[in-house]
Design a protein around this ligand. Structure first.
Ligand SMILES: C[S@@+](CC[C@H](N)C(=O)[O-])C[C@H]1O[C@@H](n2cnc3c(N)ncnc32)[C@H](O)[C@@H]1O
Length: 296
């Protein structure tokens, strides 16, 4: 896979590198947490751990031994739990570079898959790299979905914690689903109110860097209540943390020993990814499924 602008490449220029660093640092400390598109624009195409893909999730490491395979395994688990299959009209929300979408189309054969993302640069790349019949990409925010009774399945792979807010997205997703339609998310939940000061501090910076709105920081009970308030039923939480956070961290540390990967990843991310700072200990990584009432 080509990487056009490795972090330390002379083509980037010292000024451009300094500006990117300043912008990332500003996001980290800024009280504003509602612009994930800014983070992903800054991270561009190089700040990922992919061998041959541009996936941007933590992966599911039950059997996988490479980053690409772990990301595909997470996408696979999500689609399986959603019951994605032939004949489905599906919506994927927060699709990154569209890696999961070609996987969904090739492995699960939905009739159509529309993938949306707030970050235009990623959508451009997805369109350039991935063409399949029935697959379309668009720049749109999760909280601006305005379809009614259109989809059998709505998916969000490690993106909903960014949405401003996640609860607003639930309302939009519910409206967009046909009666009997399924929602499935791979997501991170945090019982923020129960954190000690050190975890809160790490969280403050982490939520700044990843632009996670404060309103999205809650545990399973509130998550469930938001889904119910939007009209969903049959809500199931599956905790897969053991196969996500620690194995991902071990793999990231090893992968960053490769000079080519070190070279392309921004030093701030390198230092976060390479260290065991315990930030993940306060999260649970879950697959959440829910249904809009009605005949399946
Ligand atoms: C952690 S990345 C995951 C990307 C992809 N699902 C994957 O697994 O590779 C989160 C994605 O959510 C997108 N995103 C963030 N906020 C969004 C919003 N409000 N609406 C749509 N997409 C959003 C970001 O642009 C980014 O591509």
């Amino acid at each position: 896979m080509e990487h056009e602008g490795a972090w330390s490449s002379p083509r980037r220029g010292a000024l451009s590198r300094a500006l990117t660093s300043l912008r990332l640092l500003w996001l980290l400390v800024s009280p504003v947490r509602s612009h994930p598109d800014r983070v992903y624009r800054l991270l561009a195409t190089d700040n990922n751990l992919g061998e041959n893909t541009r996936f941007l999730n933590l992966g599911y490491w039950k059997t996988a031994t490479t980053y690409d395979d772990a990301c595909r395994a997470l996408a696979h688990l999500l689609a399986e739990r959603a019951g994605l299959g032939p004949g489905d009209e599906a919506l994927d929300v927060g699709c990154g570079f569209g890696e999961q979408d070609v996987y969904f189309v090739d492995q699960f054969h939905p009739r159509s898959l529309h993938a949306i993302n707030i970050t235009a640069m990623q959508v451009d790349e997805a369109r350039r790299r991935h063409q399949r019949e029935g697959l379309s990409f668009a720049v749109q925010s999760a909280t601006e979905i305005d379809d009614q009774d259109r989809y059998d399945v709505v998916l969000a792979l490690e993106s909903a914690f960014h949405f401003n807010t996640r609860a607003d997205f639930f309302v939009r997703a519910h409206a967009a689903l046909k009666p009997g339609g399924r929602l499935a998310l791979a997501d991170s939940v945090t019982a923020y109110d129960r954190l000690g000061w050190w975890s809160r501090l790490l969280q403050y910076f982490g939520n700044g860097l990843w632009q996670t709105p404060r309103q999205n920081l809650y545990g399973e009970a509130t998550y469930r209540a938001h889904l119910e308030a939007a009209g969903f039923v049959d809500i199931v939480f599956e905790d897969i943390s053991a196969h996500v956070f620690k194995p991902w961290k071990r793999y990231a540390q090893k992968r960053l020993e490769d000079p080519a990967v070190r070279d392309r990843v921004h030093p701030l991310l390198r230092s976060i990814w390479a260290k065991d700072h315990g930030a993940h200990d306060v999260h649970r990584y879950v697959i959440v499924t829910a249904k809009k009432p009605g005949p399946a």
